[in-house]
Design a protein. Structure first.
Length: 323
């Protein structure tokens, strides 16, 4: 026991000294419990935790480390990379940055506005197991080029992402994503969103040159008074109309409200009813405490309020904080 206390004390002391060294320390913790009140379906506890440390080393470089954890308390290094501002270092008239290390190259995912996020079909990108990314900035236009060699396969991972984050009120991107393919075959994708008054429209489309398949997604979110309502759907070359998501948030006050999510599916072979999730939340400072009930026979789960894993439905509680 004494040895254990010494080890714990050493870790705490190290943490006390290490944390202030980093200019930015952020993270997310979420824990919950769910039960279907059925002996044949196990109760489930779940957790989602990560922390990110970042530090500016000098005028041109910064370092970022992200640690991801499981409910059992085991931690792994999720990301570790160096960010270098080459444009500033060389006095270039355009922005130029270099990201080196272990990180997730990804698209901007502009088509992700509803609670279900079904419209976000054009989400490209991959985790680079030792890779590089060049980021170019041309005023309102941006271009990211990320590259790595897939470990153990020799295949290529390449992402080229051109995006306009502010185009007269719209956000648009066009990308080509290659994952472990020596023939440089990959997926073309385009997505964007546009706000009109209280509503935001998002659309996405992709074409996979490897599978010769395509898919689309559409989502609309609108806020009126205390309510925010979303409708999303998607389809592909096999099922022109597949999943349909309906979601609503009623913010009764700044610190409490109600969330509802319903998912249907028109895809061949799927049950029409996928999931219905009802929950109420209360914010205590930065923490959000939630109690809800999930109805499903397919394992579908509502994206917005919870991280249910082996979902059998039932009553659940959830506590979340971001810092």
């Amino acid at each position: 026991m004494r040895k254990l206390l010494v080890v714990i004390s050493a870790i705490m002391l190290l943490g006390a000294f290490a944390v202030p060294v980093f200019a930015d320390w952020s993270g997310e913790l979420e824990f919950g419990f769910a039960t279907a009140f059925d002996p044949a379906k196990d109760a489930e506890s779940y957790g989602n935790l990560y922390t990110t440390f970042s530090k500016s080393v000098d005028d041109y470089n910064s370092v970022t480390l992200k640690f991801s954890g499981s409910a059992g308390g085991n931690w792994t290094v999720g990301k570790a990379y160096i960010s270098t501002d080459l444009g500033k270092a060389f006095g270039l008239p355009v922005g130029l940055s270099l990201t080196s290390g272990y990180f997730s190259s990804g698209t901007q995912e502009y088509a992700d506005v509803t609670g279900w996020g079904i419209e976000d079909v054009a989400a490209g990108g991959t985790t680079l197991d030792g890779g590089f990314q060049l980021g170019f900035g041309f005023g309102s236009a941006n271009l990211d080029i990320a590259f790595s060699v897939a470990e153990g396969t020799g295949g290529q991972d390449l992402l080229v992402d051109f995006y306009l984050p502010d185009l007269s009120g719209a956000s648009v991107e066009l990308y080509y994503d290659i994952v472990n393919n020596d023939d440089f075959k990959g997926t073309f994708g385009v997505d964007g969103k546009y706000g009109v008054g209280p509503a935001t429209l998002a659309v996405g489309f992709y074409y996979d040159t490897v599978a010769s398949g395509w898919g689309y997604g559409v989502g609309v979110k609108a806020g009126v008074s205390m309510a925010t309502v979303g409708v999303s759907l998607a389809g592909n070359d096999t099922d022109t109309l597949g999943p349909i998501g309906l979601d609503a948030n009623l913010a009764l006050a700044d610190n409490y409200g109600i969330d509802v999510g319903v998912k249907l599916s028109m895809a061949s072979g799927d049950d029409t009813f996928q999931c219905a999730d009802f929950s109420a939340y209360y914010k205590v400072g930065a923490a959000k405490i939630r109690v809800g009930y999930d109805v499903t026979s397919t394992g579908a789960k509502y994206k917005a309020p919870t991280v249910l894993q082996d979902n059998n439905g039932g009553l659940y509680t959830d506590v979340y904080i971001e810092f």
